[in-house]
Design a protein around this ligand. Structure first.
Ligand code: HEM
Length: 364
């Protein structure tokens, strides 16, 4: 489903569930080495329905309000400033991978700090979360990635039980070990959801925004001349290059007839949130064009309805700190990936590049 209105209506429809245990009879036939297992078999807010969804979402939502997010801004600024200082030492003749050395690190550091991931577990955490997005994994790779992700998040919970801290993992454990009816699988699944969502998504927002600006100097000029704001850049990137392209999976709770399409009870549904922003019915024939002068830039990059992204304020804030700081310090960034452009990530869920090679400064 790729049209804006269609996606919006299905995402907001009570006859559509995210809980496979209740609403997808095929689940029991799905092998343990399916590459989407982690998206389907975890038991968190992300894969629940109705009252259970509200309960699990309410567990985490208070930590991600716009006010709590705003309080993180100085720390995000510090991380960004530190990265820019180290980028300054790059040899102007050598390309720098801005995805790996800038865009990737910011959300990862922030979410690891929020969840108190110890420094010596961060590389492992990053590796397991990266693997989750590899929808082209072989059955063996998928099985191993699922097991390793589970082991990694369980190890994090074990560490925090022994050494609690001022972090969200400790808060979730306190709820689990207290009187909140939250079982161990839900605890581990919630860690997967939050650390995965927090680390893998805003990376592509930042990297795609940089790529859009360095490949369209006319658009960058609009920002420099004050004719477009950084918020315009962020929203236009979300519209044209939604960092989550497809979000697996939803299931029809009953037969649904929508615009001449019949979805039968129990059938799986996949919504292309990332495509909605390019719908010509809403944005006209030039919907694909990155254009900061648009007045209308509605998108569904953060989803719609009861599962609307809890991290939207955080992702927007991270990009709003990272982008101006980067372009202020390196006004001459230019692509270094040749005419083909950077290679897409091997994922139909994430919409990103594997790397973003650039030259930060003019060569003397
Ligand atoms: C640019 C960055 C991001 C994008 C594009 C994005 C996109 C999305 C989308 C499309 C959904 C809806 C899923 C659905 O309805 O099927 C979602 C849900 C969610 N996102 Fe994000 N996300 C981003 C960043 C974040 C961050 C930084 C966090 C947390 C730290 C986060 C946490 C969540 C959670 C917890 C949900 C599930 C909410 C629920 O099921 O009730 N996201 N996100």
């Amino acid at each position: 489903m790729t049209g804006h209105e269609y996606i919006r209506r299905l995402a907001g429809d009570r006859r559509v569930s995210r809980d496979p245990r209740q609403h997808w009879p095929e689940l029991e036939r799905i092998p343990q080495d399916w590459s989407l297992n982690v998206w389907v078999r975890v038991v968190s807010a992300f894969t629940s329905y109705g009252a259970e969804h509200r309960r699990l979402r309410n567990m985490i939502a208070p930590s991600f309000t716009p006010r709590r997010t705003e309080a993180l801004r100085p720390r995000v600024q510090e991380i960004v400033d530190g990265l820019i200082t180290s980028l300054e030492t790059a040899d102007p003749g050598e390309p720098v991978d801005l995805r790996a050395e800038f865009a990737y690190i910011i959300p990862n550091e922030v979410i690891c700090e929020l969840f108190g991931v110890p420094a010596d577990m961060r590389a492992w955490t990053r590796r397991v979360m990266d693997a989750v997005l590899n929808t082209g994994a072989s059955p063996q790779e998928a099985r191993a990635a699922y097991a390793e992700m589970w082991a990694c998040m369980r190890a994090l919970a074990d560490v925090k039980r022994v050494r609690p801290g001022d972090d969200m993992t400790t808060e979730l454990i306190a709820a689990r070990d207290g009187d909140f009816a939250f079982d161990e699988d839900q605890l581990i699944s919630t860690l997967v959801l939050m650390i995965g969502a927090g680390s893998e998504t805003a990376v592509n927002l930042i990297a795609k925004a940089v790529h859009a600006l360095i490949t369209r100097p006319d658009q960058l000029a609009l920002v420099r001349e004050g004719k477009a704001s950084w918020d315009d850049v962020i929203e236009e990137t979300l519209r044209v290059e939604g960092p989550i392209m497809h979000m697996p999976l939803r299931y029809a709770v009953e037969d649904i007839d929508l615009d001449g399409v019949r979805i039968r009870r129990g059938e799986p549904i996949i919504l292309a949130f990332g495509a909605a922003g390019r719908d010509p019915a809403l944005h006209g024939e030039d919907a694909d064009a990155f254009d900061l002068t648009r007045t209308e830039r509605e998108h569904l990059a953060f989803g719609y309805g009861v599962h609307f992204c809890l991290g939207a304020p955080l992702a927007r804030m991270e990009a709003a700190v990272a982008l101006p700081a980067l372009f202020e310090r390196f006004p001459d960034i230019r692509p270094a990936s040749g005419v083909e452009g950077p290679v897409p990530q091997a994922s139909f869920i994430a919409n990103g590049h594997r790397s973003l090679p650039v030259h930060l400064k003019p060569v003397a």
